[in-house]
Ligand binder design. Structure first.
Ligand code: GLU
Length: 408
């Protein structure tokens, strides 16, 4: 009986409920038409409408989007929000596209998928290399297609046009709220703690911002360029200065090496970000960054690894970190702040009534802290890793919802 229940459960949770593979014709600035391939994969909607970002990436694959869509299911569930999981991707490199071409691509994408998304069906959001302007074009095109205003069709919109205050900061801040609690549990004083961060995109920048607001020191960040997802790292013994680095960073998160050197940063190979003597590592770039081959580069001073990116630690590396007694706050728990705030944005958009930044961030802190402690306490009670405890909570919630709906 139990085995039958389990295997039915596994089947419904193992595969996405729906997958869309689309082609998007885009008229380029030179007058020629280029065809872009894209995906939207809805993993599970037992808890509520599907939710998840859209990535622009030249190496995007359906497999990656599929895996990420499943993570969104667990992320929403562990965070305790009434949403399911989805993810989208378009194979493209926005570095090579003009503003107008990007607009036509976003509008073309939503024209192909408009019947299969919607405020009560599937709500996209920003992700790798997509931003609030992309979201707004998508919302605008969707509203035109349906002939009515639908601000709740997408989140991560600009503030003033349906966006929520605090959404830009949410993923990075949410991660640091949980890090703050983990530090308390491990008796680490944030004011004396040092961190090194992989990446310098949205998540990395706002994690650094709040961590430094709490009195911690960030000694290193890294960035990508068009050829390499982890091209350079920028080290400053006394701590980076966020505002000076932001001034020399382009909109894709690439820091100007020459100018950084002039400002006194040591420019090192990208992978060196994890070799520093720090207390905390925050991989906040792309997947598969900490592997079995580079765990040995992590110094014994490191006590916590908080995953800002989705899937930055391979399973083998996760085992090795656990053996070394390093606490890992897993991605779908630590970086859930983005989707939690997206949920707040959706609620505000659907009501057409907007909250203050303090209200948004206060609610975000409560949700993230609560999710952390639910997983922390279960991990202590069952003597399992935090990642496993978080999975147990998330899978149980989704399985319960499936069961209540009569799907299993
Ligand atoms: N792209 C973000 C993530 O991976 C946010 C998703 C959302 O807000 O729907 O969690």
């Amino acid at each position: 009986m139990l085995l039958k229940w389990l295997s039915n459960n596994l089947i419904i949770l193992r595969y996405p409920i729906r997958e869309y593979h689309i082609t998007v014709p885009v008229r380029m600035d030179d007058g020629k038409v280029r065809i872009f391939r894209g995906f939207r994969i809805q993993h599970n909607d037992a808890l509520g409408p599907c939710k998840g970002g859209i990535r622009f990436h030249p190496q995007e694959t359906a497999d990656t989007v599929r895996a990420l869509s499943m993570w969104m299911t667990w992320k929403c569930a562990v965070a305790g929000i009434p949403l399911g999981g989805a993810k989208g991707g378009i194979i493209c490199d926005p570095h090579d596209l003009s503003e107008r071409e990007q607009e036509r691509l976003c509008r073309g994408w939503v024209r192909q998928i408009s019947k299969d998304i919607g405020p009560n069906r599937d709500v996209p959001a920003p992700d790798v290399m997509t931003n609030n302007q992309h979201m707004l074009w998508i919302m605008d095109e969707y509203s035109t297609i349906l002939g009515s205003q639908y601000p709740g069709v997408i989140t991560g919109k600009p503030v003033g046009l349906g966006g929520s205050l605090g959404r830009t900061e949410a993923t990075g801040y949410g991660l640091v709220y949980q890090l703050r609690e983990a530090c308390k549990e491990l008796n680490i004083e944030i004011k004396k703690a040092k961190a090194s961060i992989e990446g310098f995109g949205n998540v990395a920048q706002y994690s650094a911002e709040l961590f430094m607001d709490y009195g911690g020191k960030v000694v290193c960040v890294s960035c990508w360029d068009q050829k390499d997802s982890c091209a350079y790292s920028f080290y400053k013994k006394d701590g980076i200065n966020l505002s000076e680095l932001r001034k020399i960073t382009d909109r894709f998160g690439t820091i100007d090496k020459k100018k950084a050197k002039e400002l006194g940063y040591e420019v090192q190979p990208g992978k060196d970000w994890l070799k520093h003597e720090v207390d905390i590592l925050i991989p906040a770039a792309l997947e598969n960054s900490i592997t079995k081959d580079n765990v040995k580069d992590i110094k014994n001073t490191v006590k916590i690894v908080v995953s800002g990116a989705n899937g930055p630690i391979t399973p083998e590396a996760d085992d090795l970190l656990d053996k070394r007694g390093i606490l890992v706050i897993p991605d779908f728990l630590a970086n859930a702040g983005g989707v939690v705030c997206s949920y707040f944005e959706q609620v505000q958009s659907n009501q057409n009534y907007y909250w203050t930044k303090e209200e948004v961030l206060g609610k975000l802190d409560n949700k993230m802290t609560d999710a952390f402690y639910k997983a922390w306490e279960l991990s202590k009670r069952k003597n399992v890793r935090l990642r496993d405890a978080a999975y147990m909570i998330a899978i149980q919630r989704v399985a319960d919802a499936c069961k209540l709906r009569g799907w299993i």
